[in-house]
Design a binder for this molecule. Structure first.
Ligand code: G6P
Length: 639
């Protein structure tokens, strides 16, 4: 398995299923949702067409809540209709409630839509739709799509288009031409009972080809029980499925083709997108997770957009000190953030382990901003640090991957990382998206306080937007790292060194190795080596060295190169992570891992990734359970 495989079908936020055929659709769609539940599980819903009705049921919480609600409806048409769509949600716009769960209906209830992705221009669209007298019944961006599709269908009928699947497909093409951002949309229309239409831009969608029935899903695991013949949709395509047909066009209506393939994985591998472990899948998802976290972050005026803000700009201008509190990998993201926040805002910034924070009586007041970073939003140490900060009247801003969890709920402002569910205990894509979120917070503060111009902010955001491509390139070249991992699997210790933002990367590399491979590993600030750790170096000790970009502060890079020479002179086996084109390091590297060029402060988005893969592969080579390492939990809700 390589890391660059099939980006188009890699899952992220939300699971989507569609069915049209002769069998009762509900149970097929529910089975599919069960298989997709790993993708998001904060709410779920279905819409089934039975005769002249769209029957919908949706519930917050796990799929079991939806199934319980459906159990009471066995006698109505929802259990027998043979066209249906279903959704399991990972909330982005709008908290995880019943009303925000998908499907979303048009005002007349004749159309139902489900969506995966983020519609970037939704607030503009919503204002425009509301101005026509439509009332929204949810806080989601998705509902815009339902109203837009209904309006297009009305317009098509009024202009004499015949009822039928072709008109539904045309309505979808017209509706999606209004949308910006990322979306897979599936829709059913009661006027066209034997069809499901879907559109895809930047979010995954596959078609399952059956006999007298067809399927749609965000990944093949949803329909693998029924068919192994699949078609991966291309970018900007619309697909119409009926019991006997699959028709694909581009957004302009010209015939198009998807990529046909035969699924040769079993069902459990399919859930992991064909990867051996969720961790590998999540590593591979990182480019998309970064792109998603960046979606919609620059307003038309060029301001950085947070998700929920219960603070005024004046509150942020009054900030005279920033504390970042977090645990584990999130703490390392905070350490990187310190460099960026201080550099861009000139506000002093401290990073503290959440478990230590409140016990040392930190000096906090109204003008302190505490940034709580947490993937789960439920880590008790971080939550307690946040509550302590609030008691002291500090302002609290959360960076979180889980919409509606406790930490963002109790914070004054929130920036969600749109990384999608992270299943593997060891954090990977959450870390990179936390970095992106931290950069955005730094830029937001700098902008509000007037120390950076909008165009300077936009320049950094545009550099960030280029990182997913660079990361894809890097992920495509990880074979040497895998070979190295097999080679290092019996080492008794591995040391990691770095300077500046490379220092937290070194700590993160060591943490990954400890938690996954159960090996002794330590990360050090490269400059500290000579004050003690260098005594650990013995003949053959592997030392991973994270080299800063020579294009940043040359002197910093040169110092790390000297540190590499120092450890080498004492017998270390050096594994050097350096920027492409930094030829000066080649002579000191027993193994060289090149990463694409990236601005100094953003470099951890690249340099961390080989270390994730190294740890994952060493753990696998040692025969460990990569996704669920011993003694650890994904979310630690005790202090
Ligand atoms: C646990 C996990 C780590 C994670 C840390 C913080 O220890 O095993 O992977 O970094 O908690 O979790 P959070 O959800 O707050 O980011």
């Amino acid at each position: 398995m390589t890391y660059e495989r099939s980006w188009a079908t890699l899952p992220r936020m939300c699971g989507i299923v569609g069915y049209v055929g002769k069998r009762p659709a509900l149970s097929i769609v529910l089975d599919g949702l069960r298989r997709l539940e790993y993708r998001g599980y904060d709410s779920a819903g279905v819409a089934v067409i039975d005769r002249d009705e769209v029957l919908t049921e949706k519930r917050a919480g796990k799929l079991a809540n939806l199934e319980k609600a459906l159990a009471d409806r066995v006698d109505d048409g929802i259990a027998v209709g043979s066209t249906a769509i279903g959704h399991t949600r990972w909330a982005t716009h709008g908290g995880p409630t019943d009303r925000n769960a998908h499907p979303h209906a048009s005002g007349d209830g004749r159309i139902a839509v489900i969506h995966n992705g983020i519609i970037e221009n939704f607030s503009r669209l919503r204002a425009e739709i509301e101005a026509t007298g439509v009332e929204f019944t949810s806080d989601t961006d998705t509902e815009c799509a339902a109203h837009l599709l209904a309006a297009e269908m009305r317009a098509l009928r009024e202009s004499g288009s015949p009822e039928g699947p072709q008109t539904l497909a045309e309505g979808m093409r017209r509706a999606v031409s209004r949308l910006e951002g990322a979306f897979t949309l599936l829709a059913v229309d009661v006027q066209t009972p034997d069809a499901v239409v879907a559109a895809r831009r930047n979010s995954p969608l596959v078609v399952g080809r059956g006999a007298g029935e067809n399927f749609l899903a965000s990944d093949v695991s949803a329909f693998i029980e029924h068919t192994r013949e699949a078609i991966e949709l291309g970018q900007d395509q619309v697909v119409l499925i009926t019991p006997g047909g699959i028709e694909i066009t581009d957004f302009a209506g010209a015939p198009a083709a998807g990529k046909e393939f035969h699924i040769d994985w079993d069902a459990s591998a399919a859930e992991k997108g064909g990867y051996d472990y969720f961790m590998l899948k999540e590593i591979a998802e990182q480019p998309q997770a970064i792109a998603d976290t960046l979606l919609g972050r620059l307003s038309e005026r060029g301001d950085i957009v947070l998700d929920e803000v219960r603070l005024t700009d004046q509150d942020l201008r009054d900030v005279d000190k920033v504390f970042i509190v977090a645990c584990g990998t999130a703490y390392h993201a905070g350490m990187v953030a310190k460099y960026a926040i201080e550099h861009w805002t000139r506000i002093p910034c401290e990073v503290e382990l959440a478990s230590e924070f409140r016990y040392r009586d930190p000096v906090l007041d109204r003008s302190t901003l505490v940034v709580a970073v947490s993937q789960s939003g439920e880590t008790m140490d971080t939550l307690m640090a946040l509550r302590h900060a609030k008691q002291q009247k500090a302002r609290v801003l959360a960076i979180c991957n889980t919409n509606g969890s406790t930490i963002p709920r109790e914070s004054d402002a929130v920036l969600y990382t749109h990384g999608g569910p992270e299943i593997a205990v060891a954090s990977t894509k959450a870390f990179l998206t936390q970095l992106v979120a931290c950069y955005l917070i730094g830029l937001h503060l700098a902008q509000v306080r007037g120390v950076m111009y909008a165009d300077e902010v936009a320049a950094v955001v545009s550099r960030l937007r280029r990182t997913p491509d660079a990361l894809r390139e890097l992920l495509g070249k990880m074979e040497d790292v895998r070979a190295l991992a097999r080679d290092l699997k019996s080492s008794s210790t591995v040391l990691f060194i770095g300077r500046h933002v490379g220092y937290p990367v070194a700590l993160e590399g060591a943490l990954k190795l400890k938690e996954l491979a159960y090996m002794h590993a330590e990360g050090f600030a490269a400059g500290e080596l000579k004050h003690g750790p260098i005594a650990l170096i013995d003949k053959g000790t592997p030392v991973v060295c994270v080299v800063p970009s020579p294009a940043g502060r040359g002197v910093m890079r040169d110092k790390v190169v000297s540190n590499i020479q120092e450890v080498r002179a004492r017998g270390a086996r050096t594994i050097v992570i350096a920027e492409q084109g930094d030829d000066g390091v080649v002579a000191y590297a027993d193994h060289l891992i090149e990463v694409p060029r990236t601005p100094t402060l953003l470099a951890p988005l690249m340099t961390t990734v080989p270390l994730q893969i190294l740890a994952c592969e060493i753990a696998a080579a040692r025969g460990h359970d990569v996704d669920q390492p011993r003694n650890l939990a994904k979310s630690v809700t005790v202090e």
